[in-house]
Write a protein that binds this ligand. Structure first.
Ligand SMILES: NC(=O)c1ccc[n+]([C@@H]2O[C@H](COP(=O)([O-])OP(=O)(O)OC[C@H]3O[C@@H](n4cnc5c(N)ncnc54)[C@H](O)[C@@H]3O)[C@@H](O)[C@H]2O)c1
Length: 319
């Protein structure tokens, strides 16, 4: 894909950083920004701040502030609407469910009717639930709607593994799977360092005999360290989304964890959950089924049951 046309819905902490990160990485020169009318001054400010950085960007960018209908020709849309203040003092991403269920229903049909036929990457929480509904409402070809899911949590896990062992995160294979929330799991049987399984590595090197539960918990709850100090998270999630944009743009066929529809994989159906998937120009092109142990399969199943319960809960907010 040559000139990738990007749309961003919601220019709060996250959406603004998605804009900045994509511009800084030179992934697109053409943006349409959509937010609520009463947030117009903030969006004008975010646009101007990035335009004023043109001198330092890889190339010039056009940034238009528009409506949902102006997103019809976008190759990729990043959905980052929300009301992050709703999370304060709650320690659960479910606190934004009502707001975000209402928000997406104000524009999903308009976006579908506009003829939008690109890839939609959802960030808004609860990520797996909101991604599922956006996919249902938009009814795009399979794989075109995906969520960042456990992509950010996996980055949190890999940083902790690097910090604990000294091995570069780029030479570690590891995934957080399941819910982008407190029920996500680390399948330790799938973790490897420099190509060596964790079990093998631990036999000869004590650096790999770390406290797995503490690291897993750190990855799962790490977002709250950031949130409780600045009442948002923004840099790492913007980079998670930008990586997905880059993979789509260059049809990279990279395997990274995203929230995607399960259709029998891992014995699950009818929900979106975080799993490693092969991503290319068509979004999710294949779900990767890792050979989990029986215990890991049980934990993943329990996590999916939790997502199912959240989907049931979210139906209260359907109009
Ligand atoms: N998936 C992840 O890993 C991850 C990480 C960080 C944040 N998030 C989520 O991303 C979302 C955004 O976070 P934030 O910190 O930027 O929130 P924020 O409250 O700072 O910004 C939300 C923006 O969405 C806009 N908005 C609200 N309703 C809208 C609508 N109907 N149409 C258009 N725009 C609308 C608001 O005006 C605001 O600019 C939240 O749901 C947050 O929980 C997810």
């Amino acid at each position: 894909m040559g000139d990738l046309r990007v749309g961003i819905i919601g220019l709060g902490h996250v959406g603004a950083h998605v804009l900045y990160t994509i511009a800084l990485q030179g992934l697109s020169d053409d943006f349409v920004l959509v937010d609520l009318d009463d947030n117009k001054e903030k969006v004008i400010a975010e646009r101007q701040d990035v335009l004023d950085a043109t001198e330092f960007l890889p190339h010039r960018v056009n940034i238009k502030i528009g409506s949902i209908e102006d997103l019809k020709d976008r190759d990729v849309i990043v959905n980052a609407v929300g009301n992050i203040a709703a999370l304060r003092g709650t320690n659960t991403r479910l606190s934004e469910m009502e707001f975000n269920m209402n928000a997406i229903q104000t524009y999903a049909k308009r976006l579908k009717d506009s003829g939008f036929n690109g890839i939609l990457i959802n960030i808004s929480n609860p990520c797996d639930v909101i991604t599922k509904w956006l996919a249902d409402f938009l009814d795009l070809p399979a794989g075109h709607v995906l969520g960042t899911g456990t992509g950010l949590d996996t980055a949190r896990l890999k940083w902790r593994l690097q910090d604990s062992t000294g091995v570069s995160s780029h030479s570690i294979t590891a995934y957080m799977m399941g819910e982008h929330g407190s029920a996500q799991i680390t399948p330790w049987s799938q973790v490897s360092f420099n190509g060596l399984s964790l079990e093998e590595a631990a036999k000869t090197d004590e650096r790999f005999r770390f406290d797995k539960d503490a690291i897993e918990q750190g990855a799962r709850e790490g977002g709250w360290i950031t949130f409780n100090g600045k009442f948002c998270t923004e840099y790492a999630i913007a980079l998670t989304a930008a990586r997905l944009v880059r993979i789509v743009k260059y049809d990279e066929k990279e395997i990274i964890p995203v929230s995607t529809k399960l259709d029998g994989e891992y014995g699950e159906k009818g929900l979106f959950a975080g799993v490693p998937a092969l991503i290319g120009k068509n979004g999710v092109e294949k779900v990767i089924e890792l050979p989990l142990t029986d215990t890991e399969k049980e934990k993943f199943h329990a996590c999916c049951e939790g997502i199912r319960a959240n989907i049931e809960e979210s139906k209260k907010f359907l109009r």
